[in-house]
Structure formats: structure tokens, C-alpha cells
Design a protein around this ligand. Structure first.
Ligand SMILES: Nc1ncnc2c1ncn2[C@@H]1O[C@H](COP(=O)(O)OP(=O)(O)OP(=O)(O)O)[C@@H](O)[C@H]1O
Ligand SMILES: [Mg+2]
Length: 456
């Protein structure tokens, strides 16, 4: 389950945390490297100084100067934490050096070393004397540490300063990034609350600007959808009211005894026709509502579309003939079997044929066609009627869209047929498109997936 937003750490807190963590890591690594460098440098310097002192001491001994005030010399050196000793390299002295270093010393070469002893490290400078013995100066590295500690303290200040700067920059960055997100969230809440005039200014980084544009698009789309919904409800109520008014009028006339006896059958037939119109409208509405959800049940089986269209053709040929409209049926040579729901496919063909016949003048053709298409089959209903404009084609399958354009201009039904056709085609796994027919009128095409693809 997602955490409620209130309990989550905000973007500002998280980004600040991340920047501080990264800066801290950088400070620790830089500090470790720099401290190591500083220690190495000061040790090298201390060793060099110790070497020079050893050389000086050797000169002093050579010139017999050391013999005059030996205590003064040693105490001067002790004050710098330097230990002085005379050693016999041939007798295993000094103990701090290893065999190889003692042999070097015995061979009359100076030795300069850093040795690990318990409790720390020791800088050792040993110089051979003419007597065969050697003078050995040793100083713990910690004696050179004072300079190191001072250097470290000086390094610590800029490093900590860097850390603070990183935290501040991270916090500012986070606020800069979070602000448009907060605005988008507020806008979404206002949209949810019913305010459709919410508009965000697209600014900041590309992704954030995109978010603002998407929110604005959402607002516009919602407003348009609601306007369509309102218009649809208005047109449906209008369609319901017309037959109801007629039924009520006739019923009142009958009740008041205003209908002469010989007119009663005609009046009854009219009332029945209006009631059937109401019934059709209500079942169309139900179909539409079910198509919008998932509870439209399909009865899928192997269906020969050629046979299905041929059968529809025989029914429609009669109705067309009554209107003086020639009906042509174009079928493939072989059966065209797909897996689909035959009743729903027939509903699609009938809806389209009804539309075509309604607008086609006597003499102009209506064509029912079916043929194999890549991946499936294509049903087509074409006519020689007035056709549809480009603008009409764009909204052809929107509920009531064409109906509202052409009410009063052409013969219309209740304005739900094409929306149902598109919904059924979708539900059967296919698509519905509208275009122009070679016969001069409109062409409606429904593609259905072939036997390999399962409908629904
Ligand atoms: N083949 C066509 N040629 C020209 N206009 C058409 C064609 N088919 C549909 N239309 C126009 O599109 C409108 C909408 O058609 P649709 O089938 O959705 O509703 P309807 O036929 O008016 O009512 P219903 O199908 O619900 O009884 C029609 O009213 C008509 O004006
Ligand atoms: Mg129709």
C-alpha cells in the first residue's frame, strides 16, 4: 500500500539529505587523501631534518667537538625528542634496524629509515664513524605530528564550509524543483474539486514544464468531456420527450373521448410506434452504457462473415427496394471465417445500413461488402448519399456529434448508432473508420481480427 503523502519525507528534505550525504562523502575522501599527504610530507621533512642533525653530529664527533660538551649536545637533541646513541653495527646494534641496514652501516654507508615499534613509528638516521661504530639518531614520528595536527585543523575549516554550502545549495535546489510540483498537485486538487479554469504556467526544467502542459491539457480535456456529456444528456432527454409527448397527447385524447371510433386503431398504432421508438432508444442507451464498462457479454464462435453479410443483404435488399435504392452486395469467393460474435456483427452491419439507406436518394446505390484483409476481415457499408465532410469524419463516432449537426437537415435517428458501432467494433477486438465512398457518399469500414486473433 502506498504511504500517505503526509507521512513521507518531502522532496526538499530528501534532496537536501542526498546532497549533504554526497558532500560528506566527498569531504571524507578528500580529507583522508589530504591528511595522508600532509602526514607523509611532514614525516619526510622531519626525516630530512633528522638526517642533517645526524650529519652535523658526525662532523662534531670527527672534529672532537662533541667530546668537549657531550651532555649539552644530547640534551639539545633530547629537547626535540631525539634520542642519540652510539652503536656497534657488527655487534647487532642498533636493535631497531634490521640485518641488511646494519650491514650497510658496517660497510660505511649512512642509513635512513622509518621503523614500526610498539606505540608508534620511529624515524631513524644512522651514520658510520671512522671508529667502525655508528651514531644513531631516532625520533618518534609523533614529534613531527604537531605540524601535521595544525595542518589538519586548517584543512578542516574549508572542508566543513564545503559541507554547509552543499547543504544550503541542496535545500535551495530542492525548493526550486519542488515548487512547480506542489503547484501541479494543488492544480490537480482544484481540478478534482470541479474547477476547470485551472491553468499552470509552463516554466522551469523541460520535464516540469511538460507536467504543467499535461495538467493544462487535462483541464481542457475534462472541460470538453463534460460539455459533451451535457449535450448528450440534453439530446437524449429531447429524444425521450418527443415520443412521450406524442403518447401522452394520444392517451389524453382517448381518455377524453376525443378520438372518433374509426380513428382508434390508427391512434393505437401510432402510440405503439412511439412506444417502440422509446424502447429502441432505451436499449441503445443500455448498449452504450455496457460498452463503456466490461459487462457487455459476447457470444464468440467461428463465424463466416461472407454468409453473414449475404444474409443481411437479402433483408436489406427488400427495404432498399421499397425506397427505390439499388443494393449491391460484394462477397469474397470463399467463406471468410473469423472468431467473433455474429449477433453483434449483424448489429453493426444493420446500424450502418440503416444510416446509409436513410440518407441515400432513390436511384443512388448502397453497397454491403466484406473481404479478407491482412490479419482479419473488413466489412464495408458504402452509399451514394450526401457523404460527410472532413470535419464530420473526425467526429463521426462521437456520441450524438453528427446527429446534432444534421438534425433538421437530413433524416436522422436518435444519434447513438455510430457510437454503438465504434464501441462494438472495439469490444470485438477491431476498429471502425469512416471515409468517402467511390459511390459518392460515405463509406464506413469495420475491421475485425482474423481467426488467429481471439475477439474480446
Ligand atoms: N452514411 C451516412 N451518410 C451521411 N450521413 C450519415 C451517414 N451515416 C450517419 N450519418 C449522419 O450521422 C448521424 C449520426 O448517425 P448515428 O447512426 O450515430 O445516429 P442516427 O442514425 O441519427 O440514430 P440511431 O442510429 O441511433 O438510430 C446521422 O444522424 C446522420 O446525420
Ligand atoms: Mg444510425
Amino acid at each position: 500500500m502506498p504511504e500517505p503523502a503526509g507521512r513521507r519525507a518531502g522532496l526538499a528534505a530528501r534532496l537536501t539529505g542526498v546532497t549533504v550525504a554526497v558532500a560528506l562523502l566527498a569531504v571524507v575522501i578528500t580529507g583522508a587523501v589530504l591528511f595522508g599527504l600532509v602526514r607523509g610530507a611532514s614525516e619526510a621533512q622531519a626525516q630530512e631534518t633528522l638526517g642533517r642533525q645526524a650529519d652535523l653530529l658526525v662532523t662534531a664527533i670527527d672534529r672532537q667537538l662533541a667530546a668537549q660538551r657531550p651532555a649539552l649536545l644530547t640534551s639539545l637533541l633530547r629537547r626535540q625528542d631525539i634520542d642519540v646513541a652510539l652503536a656497534d653495527p657488527t655487534a647487532g646494534e642498533p636493535a631497531v634496524l634490521d640485518d641488511a641496514q646494519r650491514s650497510t652501516l658496517a660497510a660505511g654507508q649512512p642509513v635512513s629509515a622509518v621503523v614500526d615499534v610498539d606505540g608508534g613509528r620511529l624515524l631513524v638516521e644512522a651514520r658510520p664513524l671512522d671508529s667502525g661504530r655508528a651514531v644513531v639518531l631516532s625520533q618518534p614520528t609523533s614529534a613531527a605530528g604537531a605540524a601535521t595536527a595544525e595542518a589538519r585543523r586548517r584543512l578542516l575549516v574549508p572542508l566543513l564550509l564545503g559541507l554547509v554550502v552543499a547543504a544550503v545549495v541542496g535545500w535551495l535546489l530542492a525548493r526550486w524543483l519542488a515548487r512547480p510540483l506542489q503547484q501541479a498537485a494543488a492544480a490537480a486538487q482544484r481540478l478534482a474539486g470541479g474547477d476547470r479554469d485551472v491553468r499552470l504556467t509552463a516554466e522551469g526544467p523541460a520535464e516540469v514544464a511538460e507536467l504543467a502542459e499535461a495538467m493544462n491539457g487535462l483541464g481542457t480535456a475534462l472541460a470538453a468531456a463534460e460539455a459533451r456529456e451535457r449535450e448528450f444528456l440534453l439530446s437524449v432527454s429531447h429524444e425521450l420527450r418527443t415520443p412521450l409527448t406524442a403518447v401522452r397527447g394520444y392517451a389524453e385524447a382517448l381518455a377524453d373521448g376525443l378520438v372518433p371510433a374509426e380513428d382508434v386503431p390508427r391512434t393505437g398504432a401510432t402510440v405503439q410506434a412511439e412506444a417502440e421508438r422509446l424502447d429502441r432508444l432505451v436499449s441503445d442507451l443500455l448498449d452504450l452504457a455496457r460498452l463503456g464498462s466490461t459487462d457487455l457479454r459476447l457470444d464468440v464462435g467461428d463465424v463466416d462473415l461472407a454468409a453473414l453479410v449475404a444474409q443481411a443483404g437479402t433483408v436489406w435488399a427488400d427495404r432498399c427496394a421499397r425506397e427505390g435504392v439499388p443494393l449491391r452486395v460484394e462477397l469474397p469467393a470463399a467463406p471468410l471465417v473469423v472468431r467473433t460474435d455474429p449477433t453483434r456483427v449483424r448489429q453493426v452491419v444493420d446500424g450502418l445500413a440503416e444510416n446509409a439507406l436513410r440518407v441515400t436518394p432513390a436511384g443512388a446505390p448502397v453497397v454491403l461488402a466484406v473481404r479478407a484483409e491482412p490479419g482479419g476481415a473488413l466489412l464495408e457499408v458504402r452509399d451514394g448519399g450526401p457523404g460527410l465532410t472532413d470535419d464530420d469524419l473526425r467526429v463521426a463516432f462521437d456520441r450524438s456529434a453528427l446527429y446534432q449537426r444534421y438534425r433538421g437537415v437530413r433524416r436522422v435517428g436518435t444519434g447513438l448508432g455510430l457510437a454503438i458501432v465504434a464501441g462494438l467494433a472495439r469490444r470485438l477486438g477491431g476498429t471502425a473508420t469512416a471515409g468517402r465512398a467511390v459511390e459518392g457518399g460515405a463509406a464506413f469500414r469495420v475491421w475485425l481480427p482474423g481467426p488467429d486473433a481471439d475477439a474480446g
